[in-house]
Write a protein that binds this ligand. Structure first.
Ligand SMILES: [Zn+2]
Length: 595
């Protein structure tokens, strides 16, 4: 495997070209100066918009500023992420932050102004100024919030309370990241050390059960100790969601959260109901797990260990890229040719180097191209990460090249579809071309576990959020005991009766940071279910689905997410796509069992 001591050792071909954004730091600085001047200009529109022409003037100028702002932002961010220790890059990022604050201040007048405008007047402005057609949809999209906006005084009160309202989430973050002390575990050398999250994710997959148990106990120890404090922060966060949704006249906290994507409540409920109706294969998988591991009792700490021991394969980056391109062939030449170019054009920063940001992401820069950060390790898991991130990058590329700036950026709701379709196509390709039966079994197991994590587990979390919010809406006090009862009964329902419960299981709610971002995780489940459904059609060679899917990748945010997906044949208001995805899961479990 290629390991590098410093960034300068990495070949140019495996580093991205920031010069594609600005040829030099001087050019970047000149842009900052220009943006600063443009922000001054924007300020002057406050109180001056009184007809179609001034409205257009403001919106056009604002769009130009945001185009440039995104570029200076990206340049600084990518530079910092390639070496977070570099102080001169950090200073670029600080400058962008300050600029962002200025930009926000200069444009903060506009939203209240727009919402205070009579609809008939807005329509009159649009009629008298042709150029406003381009902004029309976005203007009315903002207008959709009008019935949920309060009087000026009330809005001021709420905005002053903003920091206090976000305090439960902030406090939880501090507890969970800064103050938390996990228990001790024994290292390979026999030393007793404090568990870290990084260690936990490895140890809970360890083939030695005593290692798993030790890590499991050490991991949950602080959550058991802090259960009452964490219950209090979570209860406060939920109550805040409920109260704000009432003040803003939403039917419920759930509907407030779904409003921005224009997702009806039924989609959320349908996801949960359909999953629960098709839960049997997951229960069967728990049984298989118990058998395969050859244990008397299946515990929570037995649920993450791979059932087939790692068949480590070295896959160099160039080979990984080739495999990915071949695996994505069902999407057609336009897709694979464009994707092949991304490597040659150096859109990807491949290698792990000291100080580089961990993980992986895609950042689409409108008017330039996508930038992908990897920490590629020449193994199978890195191959999957590559296919995933390139899915995002292709989505950015297609949408940016097809859509005007205003609708170029896709929403989070649809984002994971593009990445997951690639992963599913990849696993199918690998399964088809793998000769070694052990490796095949390993791949299948990997896929089943991933499916479980992105679908079933997320649906379980989504249901937990729904139940707890409803309880708060009905005035039921939320305590550690209440949270634990709900969590434990859901865990049992989803994972089946073959699991023996340790005390720790019920405190799962205490360790999930996503619960402080209400009703968010269901998007992982709808995204992966949609992707699995689509990939199945694509693999069957359904040409209509393939062209509809490519259109979808080009559609950015030109419509609401559910509408965009509908055009690919995925209608999330019906049980069908979720059902199909779950049938796929059942088939995988069958196949795995046969092996
Ligand atoms: Zn992703």
């Amino acid at each position: 495997m290629n390991t590098y001591k410093s960034r300068s050792d990495v070949p140019e071909s495996e580093k991205w070209r920031l010069e594609d954004i600005y040829s030099s730091k001087e050019e970047w600085e000149a842009e900052i100066t220009q943006i600063t001047q443009m922000i001054e200009k924007l300020k002057h529109y406050d109180g001056m918009i009184s007809n179609g022409s001034t409205l257009l003037g403001y919106l056009s100028e604002n769009e130009k500023v945001s185009f440039k702002f995104n570029k200076v932002f990206a340049y600084a961010m990518l530079q910092v992420d390639s070496d977070t220790r570099n102080t001169s890059s950090q200073s670029l990022q600080d400058q962008v932050k300050q600029l962002g604050v200025k930009l926000n201040a200069a444009t903060s007048f506009f939203l209240p102004f727009l919402l205070s405008l009579e609809e008939s007047i807005l329509k009159k402005y649009i009629d008298e100024e042709e150029g406003l057609n381009y902004f029309e949809k976005q203007l009315f999209e903002t207008y959709r919030y009008k019935k949920h906006v309060l009087s000026k005084e009330k809005e001021e009160v709420l905005s002053q309370l903003g920091e206090a309202l976000s305090s439960p989430s902030h406090t939880y973050g501090m507890m969970n990241n800064a103050d938390i002390k996990f228990g001790k575990v024994t290292t390979e050398d026999g030393e007793r050390v404090e568990l870290t999250r990084g260690m936990y994710s490895k140890l809970i997959e360890h083939k030695d059960r005593t290692k798993r148990i030790e890590a499991y106990k050490a991991y949950y120890q602080p959550y058991l100790q802090l259960k009452n404090s964490i219950a209090s922060t979570l209860a406060a966060a939920i109550k805040n969601n409920v109260t704000i949704s009432r003040i803003r006249k939403y039917p419920s906290a759930l509907e407030k959260a779904l409003f921005s994507d224009d997702v009806p409540r039924e989609v959320y409920e349908n996801l949960i109901e359909t999953t629960k109706k098709n839960i049997a294969p997951l229960h069967r998988y728990s049984e298989i797990r118990k058998e395969k591991l050859g244990i008397e009792e299946l515990h929570q700490y037995d649920l993450s260990v791979p059932l087939v021991q790692d068949v480590e394969q070295e896959i160099p980056f160039d080979k990984a890229y080739d495999i990915m391109i071949k695996a994505l062939a069902p999407l057609g030449e336009e897709y694979t040719k464009t994707l092949a170019d991304f490597k040659d054009k150096r859109y990807i920063d491949v290698r792990e180097t000291p100080g580089k940001r961990s993980g992986a992401y895609n950042l689409g820069v409108y008017g330039v191209h996508p930038f992908v950060l990897l920490n590629h390790r020449d193994n199978l898991s890195s191959l999957f990460t590559l296919a995933h991130e390139m899915g995002h990058a292709m989505h950015s590329h297609f949408s940016h090249h097809t859509q005007p700036q205003i609708t170029a950026k896709y929403s989070i709701f649809v984002a994971e579809v593009a990445s997951t379709v690639n992963e599913v196509l990849l696993i199918h390709y690998l399964l088809q071309h793998e000769e070694n039966p052990n490796m095949k079994q390993y791949l299948l197991n990997h896929f089943i576990d991933k499916f479980k994590g992105t679908l079933f587990t997320q649906v379980m979390f989504a249901e937990f959020e729904m139940i707890t919010h409803e309880k708060a809406e009905n005035g039921v006090p939320l305590t550690s005991k209440v949270f634990s009862e709900i969590y434990e009964s859901l865990f049992r329902e989803y994972n089946g009766d073959s699991i023996v419960f340790d005390e720790e299981v019920q405190y799962g709610w205490a360790r999930i940071p996503h619960f402080y971002r209400p009703f968010y995780v269901y998007k992982y489940a709808t995204g992966s279910a949609s992707a699995i459904h689509l990939a199945d059609r694509i693999l069957k060679g359904d040409q209509d689905t393939i062209s509809a899917y490519l259109e979808f990748l080009k559609s950015g945010s030109s419509d609401y997410p559910l509408e965009l997906l509908k055009k690919t044949g995925v209608d999330l208001t019906t049980p069908e796509p979720i059902q199909n995805a779950l049938q796929q899961f059942a088939m995988l479990v069958d196949e795995f069992e046969k092996m």
